[in-house]
Design a protein around this ligand. Structure first.
Ligand code: NDP
Length: 559
């Protein structure tokens, strides 16, 4: 209870039939505050992380089966999750959930739904506050799993756990706000407007924010009263299992959340197509997201509801460098945004649009700054770039670099050196002289590859910046108040950052998400997010009763 954010966790009570006790008691939580990041300049923090890495190293190779109705169920097959920094190392084996198990997970979630829907909002919020406490206690260990399974550098892994905590704390408080019915009573008539959960929610997550995204979507669904089937990405299925442990430690009731590791192409369509699924919360690639959106729109004969799809997709994010930009800040901001976590963030910068007069000097400085970034295994405390996630990504990015050589001038090609044989390493690459229509300036790469585009003036820079099908993040480095004001108006992206890096959005402070091909739905960690998981209802009661119901037995009413 280190932040005074906690509610009273001992007061969780339900009636025997599973319905919420009407007087669930919880102290009002303190206002939301972002969880501080670990300060790794402190020796004790470094020691704690080293100890967690050693502790987790001793557990690598464990098998994790699906968990349905609070029970682990064995599977006929498993798949291995590998450490991208040392690709021969197995981080864990995960059960390859079958179609029958996917159906069983939905059935369990459906059975658990009525009681969970009727559980008081404050009580559901309290479960999230409890989950946040568990994550605080296991913070370094959870970060260590990310270092091994997803090749996340220590600081980034720590930030991902902090973000997971933030989602639980923030959505818990948001639910308390939403739970207050809106009243519009007039004499003789009571009007109440309130929200109910939708039902069984399938959460399908990517690997790049392995805990935060899975946790954020699941926490939002759970706290609003939906039951959840969690399908983590294959590459981060062990971290999915760790999140499940967190929810179990928080004592969420059986059936309310299921952990379903498996192959997306095998069990994804079963979950999306299932007639008892009310909602799909997806974060991942544009291709898969559009496919899910299409599939969910099909209505099967036995289906009783229209499914809702929430899809947070990719980006082709640009930073504009104005001709009066502070070069030190701009170079640092672009390098951090483009190459942090090897460019594998949906918010990462993959295009930098530089105004003519600054172009050559900027590119020269950017190359030097990029050269100084350390490519290393993720557990190395000095690592900033790290490996890419797996062999497929490695091959895809290498192919993109080859294609880029026909589309621009390769002005910097980092070398992975001896690390090449150890894991999936690709050092940063920078292309200059790239045309706005070139594929490396239009398609998401999701790796440490940056395209530099030249613009004669701010008009053209804005035209290039807005000229892709995506609208996720964007940035500007400028010292001109007039240009800053114009870019704020005209650079149409979900999250725009001025004079800072464009990654690292914080819950509540910078609600995150885009539009156009970057997604459907409102922003994670923002004030409208939970509304997507609920159905509004209005109840009107005429209170001008004419007399009272007669106080007679049923027999006396027979004529
Ligand atoms: P994918 O789209 O490949 O996978 C995402 C999830 O979908 C995985 O769990 C995957 O399972 C599953 N899946 C795959 N095929 C199907 C299917 N047919 N039906 C249902 N589910 C399926 O994305 P990545 O994991 O590679 O993540 C990277 C992408 O995510 C990038 O495009 C990135 O921009 C985007 N992203 C967007 C964010 C945002 O907020 N806008 C945030 C973070 C990432 P499996 O792993 O088994 O294949």
């Amino acid at each position: 209870m280190d932040r005074g954010q906690q509610a009273n966790h001992d007061s969780r009570r339900t009636t025997p039939d599973g319905r919420a006790n009407q007087s669930y008691e919880m102290d009002a939580p303190s206002p939301f505050r972002v969880e501080p990041l670990t300060d790794f300049s402190r020796a004790e923090a470094r020691r704690a992380m080293d100890a967690a890495l050693a502790q987790v190293a001793a557990q690598l190779g464990t098998t994790y089966f699906p968990i349905i109705n609070d029970q682990a169920v064995s599977t006929a097959a498993t798949f291995d999750s590998l450490n991208p920094s040392h690709c021969k190392q197995i981080v864990g084996r995960c059960g390859r959930s079958s179609v029958e198990q996917a159906n069983a997970a939905v059935a369990a979630a459906k059975a658990a739904f009525p009681a969970w829907r009727n559980t008081e909002a404050a009580q559901r919020a309290d479960y999230l506050f409890q989950a946040a406490q568990v994550m605080r206690r296991r913070r370094f260990e959870l970060a260590a799993w990310q270092v091994y399974e997803c090749g996340k550098p220590r600081r980034e892994a720590d930030a991902d756990v902090a973000e997971s905590i933030d989602y639980c704390e923030f959505y818990g408080r948001e639910m308390l706000r939403l739970a207050q019915p809106r009243r519009r009573d007039v004499p003789g008539e009571e009007n109440s407007y309130f929200y109910e959960p939708r039902g069984v929610t399938v959460v399908i997550a990517p690997w790049n924010f392995p805990m935060a995204i899975l946790c954020g979507m699941s926490a939002a669904a759970l706290v609003t009263g939906n039951t959840v089937v969690m399908k983590p990405a294959e590459q981060s299925a062990v971290i999915g299992a760790k999140l499940m442990e967190v929810f179990q430690e928080a004592e969420l009731p059986p059936g309310v959340v299921a952990y379903l590791p498996g192959i997306g192409e095998e069990i994804g369509p079963v979950l999306v197509d299932h007639p008892d699924v009310a909602m799909i919360a997806f974060t991942g690639s544009r291709g898969v997201g559009l496919h899910i959106n299409r599939q969910a729109a099909e209505v099967r004969p036995e289906q009783q509801l229209i499914k809702r799809v929430l899809a947070e997709l990719g980006g082709k994010n640009a930073i504009i460098i104005d001709d009066d930009a502070d070069m030190d800040e701009a170079v640092h901001g672009v390098a951090a945004s483009a190459f942090g976590y090897a460019g594998q963030k949906c918010s990462a910068c993959s295009r930098v649009i530089v105004l003519e007069s600054l172009h050559d000097a900027f590119v020269a400085r950017l190359i030097e700054a990029t050269r100084s970034l350390k490519l290393a295994p993720a557990e190395d405390p000095g690592c900033t770039v790290g490996p890419v996630i797996d062999a497929d990504a490695h091959q895809r990015i290498r192919d993109t670099i080859e294609k880029g050589k026909n589309e621009g001038r390769l002005v910097y090609a980092g070398d992975a050196g001896a690390l090449k044989d150890e894991g999936y390493y690709i050092a940063p690459h920078i292309f200059a002289g790239v045309a706005a229509e070139a594929s490396i300036a239009q398609e998401e790469i999701f790796g440490p590859v940056l395209a530099v585009l030249r613009a004669r003036d701010l008009d053209r820079a804005l035209e290039i910046a807005n000229g892709t099908p995506y609208a996720l993040t964007g940035g500007l480095f400028s010292r001109s108040p007039e240009n800053i004001a114009r870019v704020k108006r005209e650079f149409r992206v979900g999250n725009l950052y001025i004079n800072r890096k464009i990654t690292g959005a914080l819950v509540d402070r910078q609600p995150f998400g885009g539009f156009k091909m970057s997604g459907i739905g409102s922003k994670a960690g923002g004030p409208d997010y939970l509304l997507q998981f609920v159905l509004p209802r209005t109840i009107t009661e005429n209170t001008l009763r004419r007399g009272f119901a007669p106080d007679v037995g049923a027999a006396e009413l027979e004529f």
